[in-house]
Design a protein around this ligand. Structure first.
Ligand SMILES: [Zn+2]
Length: 296
């Protein structure tokens, strides 16, 4: 952590870092967390400015940071105050994050309950029949992503060219993830504004990531980000979020008669029930089953 002592770094920043280290140790000793790890420069670079209760004014297209001074922002910030600012760097772009109070904006809901199935084929399928396609941009960019990561692997460790290739890859990665986030924002905005109760499957993302075939698609859809957006937008627009337990067989159950299939291949895009003859798009069938979990 030598670099943290470099000249020109604000006292409050180092203080915050040490406070966090203290928290990490106390969590470790209580058995709530692992042993604290050293932060590595170049990986999740960020620092937090804590005004310890005093409020920092925010608003407009520039912001005054302690020591650093005025910096311009790309997007206009809401006119408000905050007590804590986090500055982070992702692929050579700088981001500023802060918490502030948001007034709720209750909206008239046209639908009471909606079930949402997050999928591989479609980004989201709603029990009402509405679907949101996956962003095409990701698929288009995946080839470039592969090419860039191969290029990186060929570079000699520690070389300048490797650093350049690394920066290029990180930049492209960030672009792809921003496209994905943007499409998720459209879905979550629509959901929270127009539906009183939203039921989604509480997916075990880390468990599914271990399955390499699925990993791509899941990373693609950004389930974690989806849930995160729903959590704060349901509060903002006053809707209710219900997380269906991850063992509930929403895909294997017939939404018409309720019987359950023993197995269902991921390639089976249509659900057809042997019991009642019901035939339906797989994702829609799952979404309808999820919507019924609102009452369970
Ligand atoms: Zn059936």
């Amino acid at each position: 952590m030598e670099w943290i002592k470099e000249k020109g770094i604000c006292q409050k920043i180092t203080q915050y870092a040490f406070d966090q280290l203290g928290d990490a140790y106390s969590r470790f000793f209580k058995g709530q967390g692992g042993y604290p790890k050293f932060k590595k420069k170049g990986l999740n670079d960020s620092f937090t400015i804590d005004a310890s209760g005093k409020s920092i004014p925010v608003g407009g297209v520039r912001i005054k940071l302690p020591t650093i001074g005025w910096v311009k922002t790309y997007e206009g910030l809401p006119h408000t105050t905050t007590t804590k600012l986090t500055i982070s760097r992702i692929a050579d772009d700088w981001y500023i994050a802060f918490a502030h109070r948001v007034e709720t904006e209750p909206t008239a809901k046209s639908v009471d309950v909606v079930g949402v199935d997050l999928g591989v084929k479609e980004l989201a399928t709603l029990s009402t029949g509405v679907t949101f396609p996956n962003p095409k941009a990701y698929k288009k960019n995946i080839q470039k992503l592969k090419r860039l990561s191969k290029a990186l692997a060929r570079k000699t460790k520690g070389s300048n060219n490797r650093n350049k290739a690394k920066a290029k890859l990180a930049k492209h990665h960030n672009r792809v993830s921003n496209i994905r986030k943007d499409s998720l924002h459209k879905v979550t905005h629509y959901l929270c504004k127009n539906h009183a109760v939203i039921v989604v499957e509480d997916l075990n993302v880390s468990g599914m990531m271990a399955n390499h075939k699925l990993a791509q698609s899941i990373a693609d859809c950004g389930f974690y980000e989806f849930k995160r957006q729903l959590e704060y937008k349901t509060k903002k627009f006053v809707a209710k979020l219900v997380l269906a337990d991850r063992w509930y067989p929403s895909s294997k159950t017939c939404s018409n008669c309720g019987c359950k299939k023993e197995s269902l291949l991921l390639s089976e895009r249509v659900y057809s029930c042997e019991h009642c003859g019901h035939v339906m798009d797989r994702d829609l069938n799952a979404a309808i089953n999820l919507s019924r979990r609102a009452l369970a």
